[in-house]
Structures are given as structure tokens and as C-alpha cells.
Design a protein around this ligand. Structure first.
Ligand code: ARG
Length: 256
């Protein structure tokens, strides 16, 4: 009888443990694994108005606000890491950041290193010149000194089309535009919305009518973060559907 009781207790204990362990396991399964628990760490390069730029100490802009809403939906706190543009993809790949969101264009080359969400915006590569520039259209770019932000699609396309020797790389768009103003380069190739912001902020510049390239912006992830990618993508699509993204875009772009 004693033996039977001991056996019964053992069974109950084992069963309790199994249920207990199983329970906590499934709880962990539901929790989204991120670089820092409870946080969604986004790498960006906050020199790219109106997508990401500083307002005082704070990074604001379309990407920052959309990411904020995504984090909210996932029950995470958004943390923004402002890094150089060319270290976003390596940082995402190595698991330093959960995602990269930086007005980043989807390209086949980048797709070899990272996965992309669905696209949430369209970008256009534009050409900024001085108002009195002899460059009237993109057909006049041959042999000209072209300023770009390092590792952006503007850099990649211009280097391909006009040769590396004609391309001058800068840490950010503002530095490239400053070089244009100082006659150190003949034009700057950069995404259209930042181009507009720079032309507005600097006298004597204009954007050529002809567009250099049209592209899609998306969020990038490590190829190992498929679950996070799916959750972020679902959130992104919900925000597209309910008009939240449009509202944010209007606030920064169309409303002025
Ligand atoms: N769309 C371009 C690219 O993907 C430029 C993006 C630059 N973004 C930034 N936050 N500085 O290459």
C-alpha cells in the first residue's frame, strides 16, 4: 500500500512537472525574440528627411513613426540606433539590430544579404544641380563629378553608369549637398524627398525634371529572423490597410 502511494505521488509529481514545463515552454514560444527583450531595435541613418531626421534629440520622420506603430502592435518598445547607412545591413545580418528601416531600397544585390518586408513607399532617385548648372537633364551627366551618399543606390547606379572616378562619396546627403554648393561636385544623386528637403534648405539649387530611377522602400531583416519579419510585415500591412501609413506620409510630405 505504501509502495502504491509512493508510486502515485511520483506519477503526480512527474505529471505536474511535465505540465509546468510544457506550459512555460509554450509561453516562451509566444514571446517574440528580439535583440533586447521587450524592445524592437531598428537601425537607421537619421540624415534623411523626411524619412528620418533629428528634431532636437529625437529621431522623427516617416520611418520612425511607422516603426513606432509597428512596435506598438507587437507589444514592444521601439529603440532607434542611428548609424552610418553602410553599416545598417551588416548590423542586421550579424544580429546587432532587429531590423533596418532607412528609406532603404529593395535591390537584388541586397536581397542576397537580407530579407525585405513588403514595400511601404516608393522612392525616386533625383539629380540636384545648381540653378545655373549646364546640366539640363541626365543625358548631360557624362564626365561630371557626381556627389552621393556612400553605399546608397544613388552611389551604386552612378558608379555603374558613369564610373567610380566620377563619383564622390559622402557620409550623408547633407555633406554631398554642401559639396555641390561649394562647387566641389557638379550634381548630387539622391532620393527625391530628401532632395526636396535639401533644395528647400539651401539657396540656388534645383532638381532636374528627369528621374534617374524609381524604386521601392522596405524594411530589412536578418535571414535568420523569419518569425519577426512575418510579424512586422503583418503589422505593416495592417497599418497600410487602416490608413495609418498614409496619415504619417501626409503629415511629413503631402501636407505642406
Ligand atoms: N534609397 C536609397 C538606398 O536604399 C538611400 C537610402 C538612404 N537612407 C538613409 N537613411 N540615409 O540606397
Amino acid at each position: 500500500m505504501k509502495k502504491l502511494l509512493a508510486f502515485a505521488i511520483t506519477v503526480v509529481l512527474i505529471a505536474t512537472c511535465l505540465v509546468g514545463c510544457g506550459g512555460s515552454d509554450s509561453k516562451d514560444d509566444n514571446k517574440l525574440e528580439t535583440v533586447t527583450e521587450g524592445k524592437l531595435t531598428m537601425a537607421t541613418n537619421a540624415e534623411f528627411p523626411p524619412y528620418e531626421f533629428y528634431e532636437g534629440e529625437k529621431v522623427v520622420g516617416i520611418d520612425a513613426e511607422v516603426a513606432e506603430k509597428i512596435a506598438e502592435k507587437l507589444g514592444l518598445e521601439l529603440e532607434i540606433a542611428d548609424v552610418s547607412f553602410d553599416s545598417i545591413i551588416p548590423g542586421v545580418q550579424s544580429g546587432k539590430y532587429d531590423m533596418g528601416m532607412a528609406g532603404m531600397t529593395v535591390t537584388d544585390e541586397r536581397k542576397r544579404s537580407v530579407n525585405f518586408s513588403d514595400s511601404y513607399a516608393t522612392g525616386i532617385q533625383s539629380v540636384i544641380v545648381k540653378e545655373d548648372s549646364p546640366i539640363k537633364s541626365i543625358d548631360d551627366l557624362d564626365g561630371k563629378k557626381i556627389g552621393v551618399q556612400t553605399a546608397t543606390t544613388g552611389d551604386i547606379y552612378a558608379s555603374d553608369d558613369y564610373g567610380e572616378d566620377n563619383v564622390k562619396r559622402f557620409e550623408n546627403g547633407a555633406a554631398a549637398v554642401a559639396a555641390l554648393t561649394a562647387n566641389k561636385v557638379d550634381c548630387v544623386i539622391i532620393d527625391n524627398e530628401p532632395a526636396k528637403a535639401y533644395v528647400e534648405a539651401n539657396k540656388g539649387l534645383k532638381i532636374l525634371d528627369t528621374e534617374y530611377a524609381v524604386e521601392d522602400y522596405a524594411i530589412c531583416f536578418s535571414k535568420d529572423s523569419e518569425e519577426l519579419q512575418k510579424k512586422v510585415n503583418d503589422a505593416l500591412n495592417e497599418l497600410k490597410k487602416d490608413g495609418s501609413i498614409q496619415k504619417i506620409v501626409d503629415k511629413y510630405i503631402n501636407a505642406d
